[in-house]
Design a binder for this molecule. Structure first.
Ligand code: LMR
Length: 396
């Protein structure tokens, strides 16, 4: 049965974790996967999460099956966070939100539903994009192409190219957009540029699928989420996948969601019924713990404030590390201007290093980033920054 089965390539991001774990270099630093580590190099367990879990342990509950679309308090919490609790779109019942197995799960549910709706549509992702976007939509049966995004020569966004590619797309094309903290480049378009994107999406009849895995890591929860309100205000039917992996440091709990904006309440109910079929036929219904923790925090004003403060600390620390990286590279002798690192936003920096340089960083210095040159600045800290800077300086 399996004689013809080929060995699949290692995952370009998560596969690095295995290599990192097996590395004996005492100075090794994992800047490969998009995970936030604190200044001691530790994965944080947020205080708000601990408080919610303690309350849950004080009143243990049995674990029955969840509804197919997840915990209602969780789904409502997501709606409030992403669209605004008092927004018209939420109050009028136009948003269908389902709990998903991480942001990846949200993307997959949306992709499967879209494939049923419009099987011949093409999908466009940014060039470059998160490594998994192409695979998720291809595995859902779509042909996936890309729109221009990164301008390597100018270390900027090729916005004209992006608009030209979107304008040339056929009606019904699904366009995957990074709502904030673009992964992998760290370059986001401006609010005025978003307006232009929305204009094209609307004029050309495209379907916007916004991936918002990093809400809160750019400028703040409301600031990063503002783009969603812009799409809603334009009267568009959109898909939004969200994740609490990073913002709650709950990576392994796989807590994400998919929200779909319909024209009215009745349409939203029909959409929800279809999303539930996708879920039921994939994994039946979501797991309980992570969703319950997030729901408890989002729906309790005290815990919610604590979460926002903890998320703010992570955001501020990442920004400080960006500056330290720029300064450290200069001190380590890097001649070229690396200040672009501080204009990038979110967890990642697209360093501009080649695959060969990234491989050398890994093999000779134990500094792990992706082959594309992406480095997770959220894993830098005051202890590993010197080693990282000296290592980068040695390969540049
Ligand atoms: C990343 O881009 O590193 C994260 O989103 C983790 C993942 O699943 O790839």
């Amino acid at each position: 049965l399996f004689t013809a089965v080929e060995m699949a390539p290692r995952d370009p991001i998560l596969g690095l974790n295995d290599q990192f774990a097996a590395d004996n270099n005492p100075n090794k630093v994992n800047l490969g996967v998009g995970v936030y580590f604190d200044d001691n190099g530790k994965l944080p367990l947020l205080q708000c999460v601990q408080a919610a879990e303690k309350a849950m342990m004080d009143k243990p509950t049995a674990r029955g099956y969840l509804p197919i679309d997840g915990i209602a308090a969780y789904d409502n919490g997501v709606k409030a966070l992403v669209f605004g609790a008092e927004s018209d779109v939420v109050k009028s019942g136009r948003v269908s939100t389902v709990q998903a197995v991480g942001g990846t799960g949200g993307l997959k549910i949306g992709a499967d539903f879209l494939k049923k709706l419009n099987p011949n549509a093409k999908v466009l992702i940014s060039d470059p994009s998160w490594e998994n976007h192409r695979a998720i939509f291809q595995n859902a049966g779509f042909e996936v192409d890309s729109y221009k995004y990164y301008d390597a020569a100018n270390r900027a966004i090729n916005f004209e190219g992006m608009i030209a590619d979107l304008s040339a797309a056929a009606p019904g094309t699904v366009v995957v957009l990074h709502a904030c903290c673009h992964n992998p480049t760290g370059y986001d378009i401006t609010p005025a540029q978003w307006d232009k994107v929305i204009e094209v999406v609307k004029a050309k009849g495209l379907v916007a699928f916004l991936d918002m895995a990093y809400q809160g890591f750019g400028y703040g929860l409301a600031e990063d989420g503002a783009v969603i309100a812009k799409f809603v205000a334009a009267g568009l039917n959109i898909f939004v996948s969200t994740s609490f992996s990073k913002s709650f440091s709950l990576y392994g709990e796989r807590v994400g969601a998919l929200s779909v904006v319909a024209n009215d309440k009745e349409e939203a109910a029909r959409v929800l019924s279809q999303l539930k079929i996708v879920i039921r036929t994939n994994y039946s219904n979501p797991p309980t713990h992570g969703g319950a923790v997030v729901a408890a925090v989002l729906n309790n004003p005290e815990l919610r404030a604590q979460w926002e403060a903890e998320l703010g600390e992570m955001r501020v620390r990442i920004k400080a590390m960006r500056q330290k990286l720029v300064d450290g590279l200069k001190a380590a002798g890097v001649q070229q201007d690396m200040s672009f690192i501080t204009t990038q936003i979110g967890m990642f920096s697209y360093s501009g290093l080649s695959k060969d340089q990234m491989v050398r960083l890994r093999n000779e210095f134990g500094v792990y980033g992706t082959d594309t040159g992406r480095m997770c600045v959220a894993a830098l800290n005051s202890k590993n920054i010197d080693h990282v800077c000296k290592s980068i300086a040695a390969v540049i």
